[in-house]
Design a protein around this ligand. Structure first.
Ligand code: PMP
Length: 378
């Protein structure tokens, strides 16, 4: 107990202490945090679907038809025809032969990497990959080789050095803290050349990049062997998914521990997700508006001295010092704008950022307000 207390104290002294903030209203562009109304500039609800009336209705109808809890794991009694319907929908949306749903994107990443990578596998992983990919590497029996962020030359050198017989290349498509996009076209080509399995995490790409929001495959017009994703961001619901050919999916159903040993998602969130995909397919203006907001914010930030070019709604404003980043974030909150300070270990020490995320429901006035407030505080 003393050791835990000492470690907690250390976290506080290093300005790395975090506390949970509780929302009192739905996750729309405005919400209330600790009972204070705020303009939310930090949500992953990129298309504003979390609180959509049709989606909520679909969740309620699913509960009425199937009940609340799924009542079992996927291979026992927890799989409903509704799960199958969503899996077929996701496979089609992403242009793959097959798909399966995991309970979260985190569980999908750890479940896929650990199921595929045996002792004789090498895992080539981008240094800025999401924690769930890192944890998947740690859980697997394979040997992990980290390559420099988005650095194809470093990746190629590392593959050539080892010349692996079996292996994977795994990368976020949209990096969760930096908002930049991986070089998927080159990665898929390199993977093919070396007979490696290419795996991309489309958590922040699904519903976001590509002309109709289908993610990195649409953006690059190229398909990695496996695309992983989450239903908890632009889809506005909960859950993770994996798209691949039917042999890979069949293998994961049989071998992936985070798929097998956890109770299946509630029909409520499955029904909601099915409706969300329909909404994205039928309302292309949502993806378009999100892109317009990204362009508008980047232009505005450039005017106040931040040269940040992004094609995704994740806009990192580099502050550096942890204490300063917290101070700015707190001052913004006093003005009614929620932009969190992201610190180590999520980003490197001394590279704290204000991480702005945009939604399709923001308008240009909201963005102007944010730019003016940041300008005052920097
Ligand atoms: N991958 C990335 C890149 C993420 O940002 C996240 C969530 N922060 C996940 C995976 C995990 O997804 P989920 O929240 O559904 O567990």
């Amino acid at each position: 107990m003393d050791k835990i207390k000492a470690k907690l104290q250390q976290i506080k002294e290093n300005n790395l202490y975090r506390q949970i903030k509780y929302l009192n209203k739905p996750q729309d562009k405005y919400t209330t945090i600790n009972n204070k109304k705020v303009l939310l500039m930090s949500s992953n609800n990129y298309l504003g679907i979390c609180n959509n009336e049709e989606v909520k209705k679909s969740a309620i109808e699913s509960i009425n038809k199937y009940g609340l809890g799924s009542g079992g794991s996927r291979l026992t009694t927890g799989s409903y025809d509704l799960h199958k319907k969503l899996e077929e929908k996701i496979a089609k949306f992403k242009g793959y032969e097959d798909a399966i749903i995991f309970n979260t994107g985190y569980m999908a990443n750890i479940g896929v990497i650990s199921a595929i990578c045996d002792e004789d596998y090498y895992i080539f992983s981008d240094e800025l990959n999401h924690a769930s990919i890192i944890d998947g590497c740690r859980l697997s029996k394979g040997k992990t080789i980290v390559y420099k962020h988005n650095d194809i030359k470093d990746l190629t050198n590392k593959i050539n050095e080892i010349n692996p017989k079996h292996g994977i290349i795994v990368t976020d498509s949209v990096f969760s803290m930096d908002g930049d996009i991986c070089k998927l076209d080159e990665i898929v080509k390199i993977a093919k050349k070396h007979n490696l399995i290419s795996i991309v995490d489309d958590a922040h790409a699904t519903g976001v990049i590509g002309k109709t929001g289908r993610g990195s495959s649409e953006y690059f017009n190229i398909k990695p062997d496996i695309t992983i994703g989450t239903l908890s961001k632009a889809i506005g619901s909960e859950g993770g998914f994996v798209c691949a050919n039917s042999d890979i999916i069949d293998y994961l159903i049989n071998k992936s521990r985070s798929f097998i040993f956890s109770t299946a998602l509630s029909p409520a969130v499955i029904g909601a997700s099915i409706k969300s995909f329909e909404i994205i397919e039928n309302n292309p203006y949502l993806v378009k508006k999100l892109k317009e907001n990204v362009e508008y914010l980047c232009k505005g930030l450039k005017n106040i001295g931040f040269d940040i070019n992004r094609e995704t709604p994740i806009i990192p404003i580099l502050i550096g010092d942890e204490k300063k980043a917290i101070k700015i974030s707190e001052s913004l909150l006093e003005e009614g704008i929620h932009i969190p300070a992201i610190r180590y270990p999520t980003v490197k020490k001394g590279e704290a950022i204000l991480r702005v995320t945009l939604m399709a429901t923001h308008d240009f006035c909201d963005i102007d307000l944010v730019i003016n407030s940041i300008k005052k505080l920097i």
